[in-house]
Design a protein around this ligand. Structure first.
Ligand code: SF4
Length: 293
């Protein structure tokens, strides 16, 4: 019987769809997830977590950028002065920690390159859609939120909280930020993932209980600049997102109940493409890896 609660986030579902073996290795064998950590004293579990948590340099850079973006938003909210020098020092220290945790090595030339690639995403936030207007008269009120705060659906934890909400007149704007996007307009599945914020908003006692009073935004970094996409909330969108969420939870529940920590990973389905395996910490052990190292 499944005793652990199921956790839903777009990145988990993506990992499951990209390669079920990778998902089971990290999230079932390694008990993976945020806040994570090698929490188990069982070496096999701790190692699976460590390998599953390994990320390529771009992901480590994006993780440090996300932290810097959070700092920027929080300082803006508290009306504190943001300094480029201080933010760069913070990002450098986060990158060094991320590299140390991931591979145990810190390469200063690599850190400089990661700063060069990632820091413009933080230093240009004051030109990003909607974010540039937060301190002006256009926005009536706003508050940053913690998207890593889970929202419960039955006994499942789902990550549906926006990065911030802002009220402009009668409308409440639910904002999701992305430090790397390939396209300004979200795909159909990404729009369904964004739509889960509507259910969260409707269940928040301090927010309106009418779906058409919400506007969903996705603001992200595309080709060297921040671009925004927005769409008005609707009952159809909210319901379709809930159907997707229920389907994902069913899949996740099945994969967790069908596999235990002692699962034979070699017998699990794989989707071994160079793209998937390149960023998988399990690639050195996995006999199906498509990456030759
Ligand atoms: S190495 Fe490739 S095939 Fe093996 S688990 Fe990782 S992503 Fe899947």
């Amino acid at each position: 019987m499944l005793t652990k609660s199921i956790v839903w986030s777009p990145s988990r579902v993506r990992m499951l769809n990209e390669c079920p073996r990778r998902y089971v290795h990290f999230h079932v064998v390694g008990s993976g997830g945020w806040p994570g950590g090698p929490r188990s004293k069982v070496p096999k579990v701790a190692q699976a977590w460590q390998l599953g948590n390994r990320r390529n340099h771009t992901d480590l850079m994006l993780r440090a950028v996300s932290e810097g973006v959070k700092d920027w938003i929080l300082m803006k909210y508290r009306d504190e002065k943001w300094s480029e020098g201080q933010a760069k020092n913070e990002m450098t220290s986060r990158l060094r920690n991320n590299l140390k945790d991931s591979s145990g090595e810190i390469d200063d030339d690599l850190v400089s390159k990661m700063i060069g690639d990632g820091f413009p995403r933080i230093s240009s936030l004051n030109r990003a859609p909607l974010l540039s207007q937060l301190s002006g008269k256009h926005v009536d009120e706003w508050i940053p939120l913690n998207r890593l705060e889970a929202h419960w659906v039955g006994n499942s934890r789902v990550y549906t909280v926006p990065d911030l909400i802002a009220r402009i007149g009668e409308k409440w704007h639910l904002v999701r930020l992305s430090t790397q996007m390939w396209c300004r307009v979200p795909s159909e599945i990404q729009q369904l993932e964004l739509g889960v914020m509507l259910k969260w908003a409707l269940e928040e006692p301090s927010l309106p209980n009418s779906v058409d009073q919400f506007v969903i935004h996705r603001i992200g970094w595309v080709n060297h600049r921040w671009l925004g996409w927005k769409k008005h909330g609707s009952a159809v969108w909210k319901d379709a997102s809930q159907v997707m969420l229920a389907h994902d939870l069913k899949e996740l529940r099945f994969i967790h109940s069908a596999n235990q920590e002692d699962v034979d990973l070699d017998k699990l389905a794989v989707n071994a493409t160079k793209k998937n395996c390149k960023n998988c910490g399990f690639r050195n052990e996995c006999p199906s890896s498509a990456t030759t190292l």
